[in-house]
Structure formats: structure tokens, C-alpha cells
Design a protein around this ligand. Structure first.
Ligand SMILES: C[S@@+](CC[C@H](N)C(=O)[O-])C[C@H]1O[C@@H](n2cnc3c(N)ncnc32)[C@H](O)[C@@H]1O
Length: 278
């Protein structure tokens, strides 16, 4: 992503994620000062509450990380909050999302607890809950809160009403819910029409640079057949650890990064034009 930002001349500019989730790339770019501001949006109340809680109730969040029990009873309590109190902002909901993200298999909110209910396996639920490391990361992020704009809008409203406020010297990275796996992985999911609609919203309303990634599906390729598309082989897939293909869609005129550059990011084994795909 840093390569793309440089190629497009957006170093020091704004980086926007309309489907932010854990916003890993966005935070990395901000903390390393590759860009000076990030705009993150997620429609899921739990995901949004997490970001809002760490930015507005940082000390409370840190205290909670340091003291929350790492037990199956607590996991059940947090799970209950996530599934029953997820219709509006609360600190508790934000923390529950974080807790489950850290203690669930694959970090996915709907996955089961690491080590199972018996906690009898080698990997137990605390394996990804390194309290002080998490505290440091949260504090580093919260220290940059004036450079983080946070929204909880449906993506269509976000594109139409909020993206225009930040388009100057900006790159948008769309990472939509997966076409197929979306239903299992995240709380909100998209159907075919929603995917079609994003393309339309982008075409009609987005003026700055953008890129999209998708798990490869012929329907998605069809929706974006007028654009620059590249298919990547990934050796990693979050749920199955099987080989997966990922489609990248680029705005017209964007310089597509050379193979070596993508290989160096480690996720991409190689790149080939779609026409060569069998
Ligand atoms: C594939 S994930 C993004 C993963 C993210 N890039 C990361 O690093 O964690 C898709 C995200 O889109 C969010 N989402 C689902 N439907 C949405 C909608 N209609 N508008 C905005 N965000 C939505 C989900 O809550 C989820 O966090």
C-alpha cells in the first residue's frame, strides 16, 4: 500500500477505508506517518464501538485490558454482550468486540474460543492477549486521535456524503465483505445487489484515487469488467488456510504495481493478467 501511496503522490495525504474492520493497514500507515490522516468507517456497531471506545475512553479501555479475566466464563459474558447489546454505541460493546477478536480462533468475531471450552489444548485463549503489548498499541493509536476520523455509516451513505469531505490528496481502499464467505466471517454481510451498488456509487461519486480487493468470483469480475483488474494467488485464506485467489480492481489510470513490488509484500505469490487465468 505504501508503494501505491507513493506512486500516486499521496504521501502525507489522507487514506480512507470505507469497510475498516480492524483497519490494520490504515493504522500502520498512520503510525508510520506515511499518511497524515485516516478516515475509517464501519457499519457494524460493535466494530465502530471498539474504535470509538479506544479513541474517546482510552484510559478505561486500557484499565479493562489490564484487568479483564481470561477465562471461559468471561468469554461467555463478552459473547453475550456482543450478540445482545449490539444496536448502539457502548464502551462494553466495543470492549466485547475487542475481547472476542483477541480470544477467538482466527480473530473472527463469530469464531469459537481459542483452545475450546475446556481450554485443554496447547493454545489457550490468552495466546493472543498480551496485555501490555495491546495497551501500548491502543495508546499509540489513541495518541493520534485528532488524525483519525471515524464513521458508522452504511457504505453507500459514506461514499456519497462523507468521502467528498476528504477527497483532496486521498487514496481509498475498499475491502468489502467477501462475496461468499462474508456471511460466516462478519456480522454484516452483502448480497449480490449490494456489490453491484458499490461499483455504481464509486463510478458516480468518487473522484479521488481508489483500489478494491475481493476474493475472486466470476460475478465480481463481471461487475468490474470495464476496469483494470488483476488476479493474485494468495496462499492464505483466513478460514480454511487453503489457497485463495484475490482480485484487485484499480481505478482507471492508476499505475498497477509491478509483480516484484507485490511479491515483496509477501502476500502475493505472483500476479498475472486475468486473460491467462484458467
Ligand atoms: C472484509 S472486512 C474488512 C477487513 C479489514 N480490511 C480489516 O483489516 O480488518 C469488511 C468490513 O465491512 C463491514 N461492513 C459490512 N457491511 C457494511 C456496510 N454496509 N457498510 C460499511 N461497512 C460494512 C464489516 O463490519 C467488516 O468489518
Amino acid at each position: 500500500m505504501e508503494y501505491m501511496i507513493d506512486q500516486l503522490g499521496h504521501r502525507g495525504g489522507t487514506y480512507i477505508e470505507p469497510f475498516a474492520g480492524g483497519a490494520g493497514i490504515a493504522m500502520e500507515l498512520l503510525l508510520r506517518n506515511v499518511i497524515s490522516r485516516i478516515v475509517i468507517n464501519d457499519y457494524d456497531k460493535a466494530v465502530w464501538s471498539f474504535w470509538k471506545a479506544i479513541l474517546t475512553e482510552t484510559d478505561r479501555f486500557v484499565e479493562e485490558i489490564r484487568t479483564v479475566p481470561l477465562t471461559v466464563d468471561e468469554w461467555q459474558k463478552q459473547h453475550e454482550i456482543l450478540v445482545t447489546k449490539n444496536d448502539k454505541y457502548s464502551f462494553e460493546l466495543g470492549f466485547a468486540a475487542f475481547y472476542l477478536n483477541r480470544t477467538n480462533r482466527s480473530g473472527i468475531i463469530k469464531g469459537g474460543v481459542i483452545g475450546g471450552q475446556e481450554q485443554a489444548k496447547d493454545w489457550k485463549m490468552d495466546v493472543r492477549f498480551k496485555r501490555e503489548e495491546l495497551v501500548t498499541r491502543i495508546q499509540r493509536i489513541a495518541a493520534r486521535k485528532k488524525d483519525i476520523k471515524l464513521y458508522n455509516k452504511d457504505v453507500n451513505s459514506f461514499i456519497k456524503n462523507y468521502v467528498p469531505l476528504y477527497e483532496e490528496n486521498a487514496l481509498i481502499y475498499f475491502d468489502p465483505p467477501y462475496f461468499r464467505k462474508g456471511q460466516q466471517l462478519y456480522m454484516n454481510f452483502f448480497n449480490y445487489k449490494d456489490h453491484v451498488r458499490i461499483e455504481q456509487e464509486i463510478r458516480e461519486h468518487v473522484n479521488c484515487d481508489w483500489i478494491i480487493t475481493y476474493d475472486y468470483e466470476p460475478q465480481i469480475e463481471e461487475i468490474y469488467h470495464n476496469y483494470n483488474l488483476r488476479l493474485y494467488d494468495l496462499n492464505y485464506s483466513v478460514s480454511t488456510k487453503r489457497k485463495a485467489n484475490e482480485l484487485m480492481i484499480f481505478k482507471d489510470g492508476i499505475i498497477i504495481p509491478p509483480d516484484e513490488e507485490l511479491n515483496s509484500k509477501k502476500i502475493n505469490i505472483h500476479i498475472r493478467p486475468l486473460s491467462l487465468v484458467d
